[in-house]
Design a protein around this ligand. Structure first.
Ligand code: A2P
Length: 339
């Protein structure tokens, strides 16, 4: 059996670069690898397994010559390639928010709903980078004790906005420390030495779109549309890793001891929970790794059936590239590509 021919669309971006690295780390077997980006990057080279690959334009021909494409560029590209890729016989794994809630598009976290992969029609989506760690935590804890209600607040890193925002954080930090005027383009306000309770576009009900995504995507991945979820998403001046505080109400009480056990047994989750010794998940430790880290697990003092906990996960890896490549591995395992 031959291996898939693969493309990364948006290879020079914050997620695309990591996807390239993770394909190599995981030894993903491919017959060929093509890289595309905007016209600004055409002709430049990126390195895979010590060999240079020249960046190309994203054309129908290129898609026709690939079996799998990872797309992490922008919403317009995702809308276009989500249609064009399958038309050209190429299965698209999309990182944007534009396809996730389409009923015909599987939205997959392989540790939770790998079975949904087989139903694809040429296009699959990965969840928002703040959804994935929350959904994994709820899947681990809710298997035998249904989750009724979730209140989550996030602390999301700037790399979730892309490479330009990451550079802007560094620039602004230097500007602040030098007492110079601030240049702010990635966000409506300065992000260095600040926090912004604003991610995405404002909806009629007062939530921003990132908050709506977290709710709807979590319900879709878990196949539980009735879980009540309310989130507040906050951008913080952290380079990589999203953190979340989560209050979960279950049908029945669950002890922190039992919760730690369930979480530790769940694939992809690592428990770090020794608050007496100041040990809990932190972005500086989680960055560059694939686990979803959970700690500060305790009884919710406001509800007898409640738990409170703290989650940290690398938004570029498990929140994006790693999850996409795990889906690709699942497609290969199930021999579920189009040709
Ligand atoms: P480029 O680096 O040439 O601008 P990020 O999410 O970090 O902002 O990255 C966005 C990615 O999407 C980059 O790789 C960017 O390429 C790429 N991109 C932007 N426009 C296009 C396009 N028209 N076709 C393919 N890739 C694109």
């Amino acid at each position: 059996m031959s291996n898939p021919r693969v493309a990364i669309i948006g290879a020079t971006g914050a997620v695309g670069r990591i996807a390239l690295q993770i394909l190599e780390e995981r030894g993903f077997a491919m017959d060929s690898l093509r890289l595309t980006a905007s016209h600004r990057s055409l002709g430049k080279a990126m390195t895979y397994k010590g060999e240079e690959i020249i960046i190309e334009a994203t054309t129908p021909k290129l898609l026709a010559e690939c079996d799998l494409a990872f797309v992490s560029a922008n919403d317009d590209i995702s809308l276009e390639i989500g249609v064009l890729g399958p038309q050209q016989g190429c299965v698209v794994i999309d990182d944007s928010g534009v396809w996730r809630m389409d009923p015909s598009v599987p939205l997959v976290v392989p540790e939770i709903n790998a079975d949904d992969v087989g139903g694809h029609k040429g296009l699959l989506a990965i969840p928002n980078c703040s959804t994935t760690p929350l959904a994994m935590t709820l899947a681990a804890l809710g298997a035998n004790n249904p989750v009724k209600r979730v209140i989550a607040s996030t602390y999301q890193s700037v790399s979730g906005t892309g490479a330009a925002a990451l550079a802007e954080l560094n620039t602004q930090a230097a500007q602040v420390l030098a007492g110079e005027p601030i240049t702010a383009e990635a966000y409506p306000h300065q992000i260095a030495f600040n926090v912004l309770p604003h991610i995405g576009s404002l909806k009629e009900d007062g939530y921003y779109s990132e908050e709506v995504k977290m709710r709807q995507e979590t319900q879709k991945i878990l196949h539980q549309p009735n879980i009540a979820i309310s989130t507040t998403c906050v951008r913080v001046p952290v380079p990589i890793c999203h953190s979340e505080t989560v209050n979960i109400e279950f049908e029945r009480p669950v002890s922190p001891v039992e919760a730690r056990k369930l979480l530790a047994e769940f694939p992809g989750i690592t428990v770090i929970d020794d608050p007496a010794n100041s040990e809990y998940p932190m972005p500086i430790n989680a960055a560059g790794t694939d686990a979803t880290y959970v700690g500060r697990i305790r009884q919710d003092s406001s509800h007898p059936n409640g738990l409170v906990l703290w989650i940290v996960s690398d938004n570029l890896r498990k929140g994006a590239a790693t999850n996409a490549i795990q889906i690709a591995e699942e497609i290969v395992k199930q021999r579920a590509w189009l040709r």
